[in-house]
Design a protein around this ligand. Structure first.
Ligand code: MG
Length: 198
C-alpha cells in the first residue's frame, strides 16, 4: 500500500512539474504560433512598420491640399530622416525573415511618389520593392497574395484580414500618432502585440 502511495505521489509530482514547464514555455513564446513551413505575411505601413506622423505633417505644412497627388507625393518622399521605425514591429519582421516567410506591405497611401517609399522600405526592412502595394482594398489583396498573417494598427486592418480568411494581428498605435480613428484594440478578439506602440 505504501509503495502504491509513493508511486502515485511521484507520478503526481512529475505531472505537476511537467505541466508547469509546458505552461512557462507557452507563456514565453509571445503567443504568435506559426506553422513550421514558410508563409506569406503582410504588414500595413503607417503606425505599423513606421511611426509616420512626421511625414504627414511635413506634407500638410507644405501647403499642398490634403490628399492631393502633390500632398501624397510629399508624404511618400518624407519618411527617410523623419518617420520612426517601430522597434517591436522590426523584431517581428526579422523573425519572419529568419523563417523564410515572404514579406509584403499593403498600404492605403496613394502611390504618388510611391517609388521613394518602396525604396525606403527596402533599405530599412529588406522588403522587396515589388512586394509593396498601394490599395484601399486590402482584403482583396490579402486573399490574392495568399497572405496568412496580416499585421496592422487599425480596426480596418484586422477586419480586412478576417474578411480575407487571414489572421489579423494588432500592432498598437503610438498615442502620439496624428491618426486617431478606427482604433479599438481587441475589438475582434484578435491577437495583440504587447508594447508595440513605439
Ligand atoms: Mg496604419
Amino acid at each position: 500500500m505504501n509503495n502504491l502511495k509513493r508511486f502515485v505521489s511521484k507520478r503526481g509530482l512529475a505531472l505537476v512539474l511537467s505541466s508547469l514547464l509546458l505552461f512557462s514555455a507557452c507563456a514565453s513564446t509571445k503567443k504568435i504560433a506559426l506553422p513550421p513551413h514558410p508563409i506569406n505575411v503582410g504588414f500595413d505601413c503607417d503606425d505599423t512598420l513606421l511611426f509616420s506622423t512626421p511625414a504627414f505633417e511635413i506634407a500638410t505644412e507644405s501647403g499642398a491640399e490634403e490628399y492631393s497627388d502633390a500632398w501624397w507625393s510629399i508624404v511618400n518622399s518624407s519618411d527617410e530622416g523623419n518617420s520612426i521605425i517601430k522597434k517591436e514591429t522590426q523584431k517581428i519582421v526579422e523573425k519572419h525573415q529568419k523563417r523564410g516567410d515572404k514579406l509584403i506591405v499593403i498600404t492605403a497611401r496613394s502611390n504618388n511618389g510611391g517609388g521613394i517609399l518602396k525604396n525606403y522600405l527596402n533599405k530599412t526592412f529588406g522588403i522587396n520593392q515589388e512586394d509593396v502595394y498601394f490599395t484601399h482594398r486590402k482584403a482583396a489583396k490579402i486573399r490574392e497574395l495568399d497572405i496568412k498573417i496580416f499585421y496592422g494598427d487599425s480596426d480596418s486592418d484586422i477586419e480586412e484580414a478576417i474578411k480575407a480568411g487571414a489572421r489579423g494581428i494588432r500592432i498598437l498605435r503610438s498615442p502620439k500618432s496624428s491618426y486617431k480613428s478606427k482604433y479599438n484594440p481587441g475589438k475582434y478578439k484578435e491577437e495583440i502585440i504587447p508594447n508595440s506602440e513605439y
